[in-house]
Design a protein around this ligand. Sequence first.
Ligand code: ATP
Ligand code: MG
Ligand code: MG
Length: 553
Amino acid sequence: SSTTSVNFIQAIINRDLAESKNEGRVHTRFPPEPNGYLHIGHAKSICLNFGLAAQYQGLCNLRFDDTNPSKEEVEYVESIQDDVRWLGFDWDDRMFYASDYFERLYEFAEQLIKQGKAYVCDLSAQEIKEFRGTLTEAGQNSPYRDRTVEENLRLFREMRAGAYEDGARVLRGKIDMASSNLNMRDPVLYRIQRASHHRTGDDWCIYPMYDFAHPLSDAIEQITHSICTLEFENHRPLYDWVLESCNINPGPQQIEFARLNLTFTVMSKRKLRQLVENGDVKGWDDPRMPTISGLRRRGYTPEAIKDFCERIGVAKSNSTVDISLLEHCIREDLNQRAPRAMCVLRPLKVILINYPENQIEMLPGEINPEDPGMGTRDLPFSRELYIEQEDFMEDPPKKYFRLSPGSEVRLKHAYIIKCVDVIKDPVTGEVKALHCTYDSETKSGMPQSGRKVKGTLHWVSAAHAVPAEVRLYDHLFLKENPDEEQGEDFTMNLNPHSLEVLEEALVEPALTEAAPGNKYQFLRQGYFCVDEKSSATSLVFNRVVSLKDSWGK
Ligand code: ATP
Ligand code: MG
Ligand code: MG
């Protein structure tokens, strides 16, 4: 764990500090592209970047990497800020937009041209690709590679001024068409694209590419450690080339770590957007989504997510984390904090034939056995109750410890009851109600309170229970790795039973006060969160996770 061992990024930082590199500063950034909502993979990056800044008394910027106008929107910019804040991180006054640097990036590009390190190329995208060659075959120089500095400057300025069609020309770095690294074969630095930008509007018709904008944005913000995911490892020489060619020395250093993948879900904004747009889920914040907003609505806490990120750590090779570890983390957290309550998901009526009519008792129930300081709540008890349909069987197998004709169970915080009669629909034969007797000596504090029976059931009082809608969730996908099969449409692996809505659930009356976001443990059923659209007159609970922990099993 982080307190006893040092991960490879901390080791790099420790070495840098020992060498007094960057005047001993540690300055990281979290650089999302505002083209979708953040997911749990981003949470890993957020925890890492903000966490390192905190650990080393450094700084961490929030930077919108908004250099691709066609896919970016203000809605995403806002949701990203909400999500980072909700996780508990603070960028103070250090929120930036790469688009704020467009003018400076343009100046760097002119500087490269003047140094003979960049040229305007008229090849089409397809031709550029063909000329690039392959891993086994060197590339070919563009016929435009030897344009003079003057011509390149004139053309680039005309590109900016809007003289050419989209795609007609690009600016390329002049590096090495024979490099063993394809990214170094004269990469495109600027393209012409007429698209309104969410911040700069139509000010620009040329936009810098990621590989050009990112290192320079890092340099402008005086970032020391630029942490990104492993796919960018072979972009690092280009990252360094851009900085060096722009005479930035010393500059930030790029460090790559393995991205988070989770079983039974997908982790790319593009795929998540597809699910939203297809209507496969009910929005980015659908509680089945691995987005931060989805996890929040599902009932995950920032603490559980941070604990999860801490436990998975950072590594240099990709792997897939079992989603049951994430579930384990929220169980651990909610076990400590969530008040206990009773909710009957699929009600079956029980009539206690020897309990006085019109009598109501208020029975105390502990709010959280993990935290006796939370006290007790009052549970109304009366002659007519509801238990769970699945807690009764007319013909039980051996070792069935719930209710069946002639058997006894304890009702949690109340009495031992015995089933004496089964009332059925005369036509369908469906079980409509149970007649039971209760043993008045078995309440807590009474002489027989210690009498043992095998099963304990949850229940609610019929007259006092409050109706609620309960939503049960299962994995969004049926396969552990839904995008395993190359070329296969990952949506084929969607789980058709990922959402089950129970509209006739009943909860104990104290829950009328439950406010959106509140979390409970419903005895024997799991942890639940009040949905953000729930109200006192129409309660909605989302199941965060069941009680059964499969982590490490
Ligand atoms: P996606 O493919 O989901 O769009 P991305 O990397 O393109 O992911 P960005 O908005 O560019 O999304 O990501 C912002 C930061 O979050 C980057 O530094 C990126 O490396 C990091 N990040 C994105 N996905 C993951 C992941 N699955 N695990 C860890 N870090 C991630
Ligand atoms: Mg990206
Ligand atoms: Mg992406």
